[in-house]
Design a protein around this ligand. Structure first.
Ligand code: ZN
Ligand code: ZN
Length: 340
């Protein structure tokens, strides 16, 4: 099968013919239709995150927003049928037995396997995955719409759920990329008044068209002054990987409000404890999501509550796509199309 393969960190992916994955008895083989290109793929390919770099399989097929049809299933598989359309998310498998799995936080499983990191992902014509952890894609949701929800969508959905977002609250979304443009829609659907912040006018226009009540360009606006001037926000969600976004976001949170950490700058972030205490500011982080979170965001996609801004490209252009993503040139999400 055709695949884009990472051999060494910081080297371009090689387009190669490789053997089809061999599935185990509890796994399914999936003919990949589409696979989303996520910012994390860049970090994995560059070995940026020390915690992750040490567990990366090599050579590796990247890609953790996979949608395709089941073409084979192992003898132990009962939950999924051949021909069904399924998704494979970032979290490929969890143990079901560790403290976190038992508490309902399987996204924090200590023995988790990660798609496109510890096992091969979806920048290929076929992928395999444990049947227990693939998610069924609702019929009403086109594959290219579903793929970005498997990482970008579920991540912001869980984050906003953890902040208990409610109607009437003010939400600021820092960074209108793949995650941010979905967060704007989820916030709006929850009845929040959404302010979107970015430095690219094109991304801000997109946010406006998706229901942001206000847009602020951080390159020419004093964002902190503006948001504090209107009372501060109940929730500041940082999807941007820029440290400067965190430096702004913290100061925009109203007392009792929540700073949601989702974007991952390489450098450490810090805030004055005195201000955290004085305003009883909560800082919460969130990591992708559970199968339950996935079911919810896919249902929102099928209902039309969230609509991903997607453009599709062939696998052969993956190198160029990663370059564009690295330069911040992509509005919404790029999805690789492996087959029609
Ligand atoms: Zn991702
Ligand atoms: Zn576990």
């Amino acid at each position: 099968m055709k695949a884009a393969v990472l051999h060494e960190f910081k080297t371009p992916l090689a387009l190669e013919e490789v053997p089809r994955p061999e599935r185990a008895e509890d796994e399914v083989l999936i003919e990949v239709e589409v696979c989303g290109v996520c910012h994390s793929d860049l970090h994995v390919a560059d070995g940026d995150w020390p915690q992750l770099a040490s567990i990366v399989k090599k050579p590796l097929i990247l890609g953790h927003e996979i949608v395709g049809r089941v073409v084979e299933r192992g003898s132990a598989v009962q939950s999924v049928q051949v021909g069904e359309r399924v998704g494979v998310p970032w979290i490929q498998w969890t143990c079901g037995q560790c403290e976190f799995c038992r508490e309902g936080n399987e996204n924090l499983c200590v023995r988790q396997r990660i798609t496109g990191v510890t096992t091969d992902g979806g920048y290929a014509e076929f992928a395999k995955a444990p049947a227990s952890h693939v998610v069924k894609i609702p019929d009403a949701l086109p594959s290219e719409q579903a793929a970005p929800l498997l990482c970008a969508g579920v991540t912001v959905h869980r984050a906003l759920k953890r902040a208990s977002i409610r109607a009437g609250q003010r939400l600021a979304v820092f960074g209108v990329g793949g995650l941010g443009h979905l967060a704007v829609q989820i916030g709006r659907a929850a009845g929040a008044e959404v302010t979107a912040i970015d430095i690219a006018e094109e991304k801000l226009s997109l946010a406006k068209s998706l229901g942001a009540a206000h847009i602020l360009n951080a390159s020419n606006t004093d964002v902190v002054k503006r948001l504090r001037g209107s009372g501060g926000v109940h929730i500041a969600l940082v999807t941007s990987a820029a440290k400067s976004a965190y430096d702004m976001a913290f100061y925009c949170v109203r007392p009792t409000g929540t700073l949601l950490a989702v974007g991952l700058p390489a450098r450490e972030i810090s805030f004055p404890a005195i201000l955290m205490a004085a305003g009883e500011i909560q800082i919460k982080a969130s990591a992708v999501g559970t199968r339950e979170d996935l079911g919810e965001i896919l249902a929102m996609g099928a209902a039309g509550t969230v609509h991903c801004q997607v453009s599709t490209r062939p696998l052969a252009e993956v190198g160029e796509v990663l370059g564009q993503l690295n330069r911040g040139e992509i509005s919404g999400r790029i999805v690789l199309r492996l087959r029609n």
